[in-house]
Design a protein around this ligand. Sequence first.
Ligand SMILES: C[S@@+](CC[C@H](N)C(=O)[O-])C[C@H]1O[C@@H](n2cnc3c(N)ncnc32)[C@H](O)[C@@H]1O
Length: 207
Amino acid sequence: MNSEQWSQRYREREYEHGREANLFLRREFATHAPSGRALDLACGEGRNAVWLAQQGWAVEAVDFCTLALERARELGRQRGVAVMWVEADLQRFEPAPGRFQLVVIAYLHLPGHERRGLLTRAARALARDGELFMVGHAVRNLSDGIGGPRDPTVLWNAAEIATELRDLGLVVDRAEEVARPYEGDDSGAEAVDVLLRARCGVRQTRC
Ligand SMILES: C[S@@+](CC[C@H](N)C(=O)[O-])C[C@H]1O[C@@H](n2cnc3c(N)ncnc32)[C@H](O)[C@@H]1O
């Protein structure tokens, strides 16, 4: 989807992914002492970036959708935190190399070659002690889950993405499917997500 299609979607529904940060990000980082700069790639309406800023991270957050960023700014104002919001297309955006202790990619579903390009730039952005946190819809969500994109070519496979991260020299600590209670209704249904955590390894010379 291009930025106009995303704008259309955000016009139809405000804070469509909610105002609260992603369940897994909260679970994994609530007790993690903030340790510097975080970068949220494809931040949407800002729920994750704002939550990280509330935890004490210095956050930069990028999206190509103007309307989403306006809502993100408003959420930040409401929560009393400052985030550096950047309007840019992630196919071209080059984060500062070696700058971030945490890079987050949440529910960004790109064709494989675009994803690999983005992961290369995300890995480069990590500081030596930096970590990449990713969460997105699994391919298996199509058969066993609910919600999310229906195009299998953009959905995530944990083992495949873990291999891409290792090829970039990162050490992969987590690469697994996780069940997330579906927020769209009260049916009790679960979505199947993929969660990955990776950090700089000795082969990642830029870290
Ligand atoms: C499903 S939303 C997820 C938003 C946010 N990460 C979250 O978890 O709430 C995907 C976001 O990716 C953004 N996006 C998609 N392709 C992009 C690109 N090439 N450059 C920048 N943003 C992009 C869209 O504008 C949208 O806000």
